[in-house]
Ligand binder design. Sequence first.
Ligand code: FAD
Length: 158
Amino acid sequence: MDDRMFKAAMGKFATGVTVITTEVDGQVHGMTANAFMSVSIDPKLILISVADKAKMHDLIKQSGKFAVSILAEHQQEMSMVFAGQIKDREIAFARFENLPVIEDSLVTIACDVHDTHPAGDHTLFVGAVQNLHLQEDEPLAIYEGKYKDLQDKVTSEV
Ligand code: FAD
């Protein structure tokens, strides 16, 4: 199995899009990520997977905390900025629980690092949720490497 086939298969899993943020010595850093999941309710834990070569990897290790901003449909530009696809954009971050977050996101989650697990060329950071904030909006979604509108076609409740 080659890398392309693996990536194509993983791209068939439709996800939302987040921006992970942290701060070290007053310097804010953000990174787009869709490898995000809920892990546990008691205690409340979430998980992100960060490439070892990403700057974010060492910064989370240093700060011991991070925030997750789940992006709304109108925030595709934020996803592109923090994936390095739009360069040199000045961003005004909001603050939540003393962490930088992306303003107007669907959900913001403030976490302390609970645990880390090396996994191949990535590290899994388990975050203990300190607090979260929700607002009503439509989500930004990604499928097969493309941003998608989620049409409001509810077939049944989960
Ligand atoms: P950089 O590449 O240096 O930073 C990322 C970009 O954010 C740069 O353009 C930088 O200028 C900008 N930026 C950072 N901080 C600021 C700031 N304070 N103000 C303004 N701009 C700033 N990678 C993973 O490891 N895990 C994933 O789950 C994952 N999912 C992804 C999902 C999508 C949809 C996309 C498009 C990419 C994903 N990536 C993921 C790839 C990851 O977003 C990029 O490789 C990213 O460039 C890695 O960031 P970095 O920490 O190395 O920092």
